[in-house]
Design a protein around this ligand. Structure first.
Ligand code: HEC
Length: 297
């Protein structure tokens, strides 16, 4: 992912310098001098790559009342009103939050800052009018369908996203991210493995996404005919590495990946480690204990 982001931001820089270069030789109103149009899909990927959607999509709680899964969610905004003002990035709450403007809580809240070139993608898209696109519409359709548990419609929206060819934007990554849980609901093993093969290449690694890949495969209730334990182990190990605080739920997935690979001792050891984590309470604790029982530990 980082590669395509770098490529994309270079394209923007390239387009801007082209604008400067052409201004001297073409009339000021020439279209060719304009910066490259940004598609909403690119904005959505930037937000996902920066973990914003871990806290700001409806399914994960939409903190601050803000759903950043769709263009409409951003325009509607959260408790403080619209997060984006089309045509005016500087007046937009999302840019204020990202740049740490006075009186606005800085995002991301865990500290650190979004990379300037990523902020630039959002800024440029807002300044260009925060326009809708085929992808932005498909994302809205996706969430509408997923919330209504219409898994076929949700899968169709994912395919629509993947079919869009936008220079420098990995729409296949965006579609793979969205589709995994939908395909699990559809019990669609073939397409799950196809999308999982794309999703494991996504960088930066997102613990939640990689846990979905792994747990989809190792879940003892799964009706899949084939367990690709190699893929599950790879995804689970990356998910564990990405979590800043060790998560019992994610370690439990890793334990199952070891179990299905035939390494019972390591499965037991990992599940015991999972029990010591901050989130090993309630249902998660019960699940880890059930795993231990199954492993014979
Ligand atoms: C760990 C969870 C978490 C992450 C990650 C996160 N946020 Fe937030 N965000 C929150 C919470 C909680 C609030 C509400 C804060 C408040 O009201 O003081 C919030 C509020 C906001 C608001 C203001 C919403 C409103 O209407 O008041 C914006 C804009 C925002 N976040 C954008 C982002 C962006 C962009 C990212 C990614 C860089 C991000 N957030 C990452 C938890 C998160």
């Amino acid at each position: 992912m980082q590669i395509s982001i770098v490529r994309t931001s270079l394209a923007i820089v390239g387009a801007l310098s082209l604008a400067v270069a052409t201004r001297a030789i073409v009339p000021a109103n020439a279209q060719s001098g304009k910066a490259k149009a940004i598609d909403y899909a690119q904005v959505n990927l930037v937000l996902r790559n920066n973990y914003c959607n871990d806290c700001h999509v409806m399914s994960a709680g939409a903190m601050g009342g803000l759903h950043l899964g769709t263009r409409e969610g951003m325009l509607k905004g959260g408790h403080s009103g619209p997060a984006a003002v089309p045509g005016n990035a500087d007046a937009s709450l999302i840019i204020k939050a990202l740049t740490g403007a006075e009186g606005v809580r800085k995002m991301p809240p865990q500290g650190g800052s979004m990379k300037p070139e990523d902020i630039e993608v959002i800024r440029e898209w807002i300044n260009q009018g925060a326009k809708p696109s085929v992808c932005s519409q498909a994302l809205s359709d996706f969430y509408t369908a997923a919330f209504a548990q219409k898994w076929d419609d949700a899968w169709a929206a994912c395919q629509k996203i993947a079919s869009q060819k936008i220079d420098g934007v990995r729409t296949d990554f965006l579609a793979a991210r969205l589709s995994l849980s939908v395909l699990l609901h559809r019990n669609d093993e073939e397409n799950f493995y196809k999308e999982a093969a794309i999703a494991v290449k996504i960088r930066p690694v997102n613990a939640g996404l990689f846990d979905t890949i792994a747990s989809g495969i190792v879940n003892p209730e799964s009706k899949f005919k084939h367990r690709d334990t190699k893929l599950a182990l790879q995804a689970a190990e990356l998910a564990v590495k990405d979590s800043d605080r060790k998560s019992g739920a994610i370690l439990n997935t890793l334990a199952w990946a070891y179990y299905w690979r035939g390494d019972r001792a390591k499965a037991i050891q990992t599940a015991n480690e999972a029990l010591k984590c901050h989130d090993a309470v309630g249902g998660t604790k019960d699940e880890i204990n059930a795993s231990l029982k199954k492993f014979g530990g």
